[in-house]
Design a protein around this ligand. Sequence first.
Ligand SMILES: Nc1ncnc2c1ncn2[C@@H]1O[C@H](COP(=O)(O)OP(=O)(O)O)[C@@H](O)[C@H]1O
Ligand code: SF4
Ligand SMILES: [Mg+2]
Length: 376
Amino acid sequence: MTTRTDAGQKPIADHVDRTPILEVRDLEVHLRAPGGRRTVRAVDGASLALHAGEITALVGESGSGKTTIARVLSLVYKPTGGSLLYDGKPVKYGHRAERAYYSNVQLIFQDPFASLNALKKVSYILGRALRIHRIASGPRAVRAKVLELLGLVNLTPGESFVDRYPTDMSGGQRQRIAIARSLAMNPRVLLADEPTSMLDASIRIGVLNLLDRLRREHQLAVLYITHDIASARYLADRVNVMFGGKIVEYGDAEDVIANPKHPYTRQLISAAPDPARYKGSGHEIITDISDASPIDNTVEYMGCRFAARCPVALPKCTTQQPPYFVSGTRATACWRAEDDPSFSETTPQSTATHSGAGDEATPPSQKEHVSHDSTE
Ligand SMILES: Nc1ncnc2c1ncn2[C@@H]1O[C@H](COP(=O)(O)OP(=O)(O)O)[C@@H](O)[C@H]1O
Ligand code: SF4
Ligand SMILES: [Mg+2]
């Protein structure tokens, strides 16, 4: 089976038989709520796989657990349940292992203003990343590589950017520098957590197109996190819709968005005036249903978490958690799919426990700085 995306021309091969580069299985991240006593079930059973050359979107409203998944994938949090696999093997923690991991898995932050050191020139920011990861040494080699990185992110001619400070640059240019820095060590995976949400609408599309080009030319596996399902349709091959710590629907982006099965996915799409309009327009399309009340993720739900907001809830929805109903490479966690002959029920995936997992995830305080800012 092959499929196409809005953004691209490249047919995307079915990846059923390929080992993902990065994967979480039955991920659970329970965090201590601020103030101490209660446990926040930030992620409560989510599986996700990233493949070379593919863009996988993770879409959902604020508070649904998207960034928590990115933090697990970037080793900021240890899962409290489930597993994190790199090339099919459990990920190891500890300084040496993490260093090797970060040379392959890089995070692009939401805020390009905070993620770059405003007091340093571009030449320093990119040159430092190259030196730390021993990609280049010596002033000439480093400069040549810096110019190459600037070319990769379409900041050309590179000579006119190397001696500039982030403060002299637009948000879009800064985000490109942040992306260039992530590319310095030739990673296999880019984790992009709302990479355009703080940029002007007019320049968002350019950054999305850059991500699309990078995965094609460098076979990068990209996780694109967004609250904007229209941009996911534009960019991604696969989409995972997240609600209340769970992935409630996933599949080929075009299939899911053209023919959503989960009522929450339908709500996200109907909040977008016309998802197709995103294509090439450069205009922001707001699909955030932010006025909807978020669920209380400090309680354990017997049934479907979406039940209180669901317009088509059944009596059993509040008492029985819906399993995944699967059709080919797509699935929905909704009882309404039970009567759909093209979907069949699956048993839940076996839960592999993660080594080092405790009752609650490692708080961010100590680890946040270990991550990708180490190149700053
Ligand atoms: N460090 C933390 N401690 C306690 N709760 C947290 C922490 N980080 C996130 N949360 C909670 O976890 C849930 C998911 O948050 P997050 O992953 O940031 O969602 P999203 O990125 O989808 O907006 C939210 O309820 C949030 O308040
Ligand atoms: S399982 Fe029930 S409550 Fe949940 S989304 Fe489906 S119909 Fe709505
Ligand atoms: Mg977030």
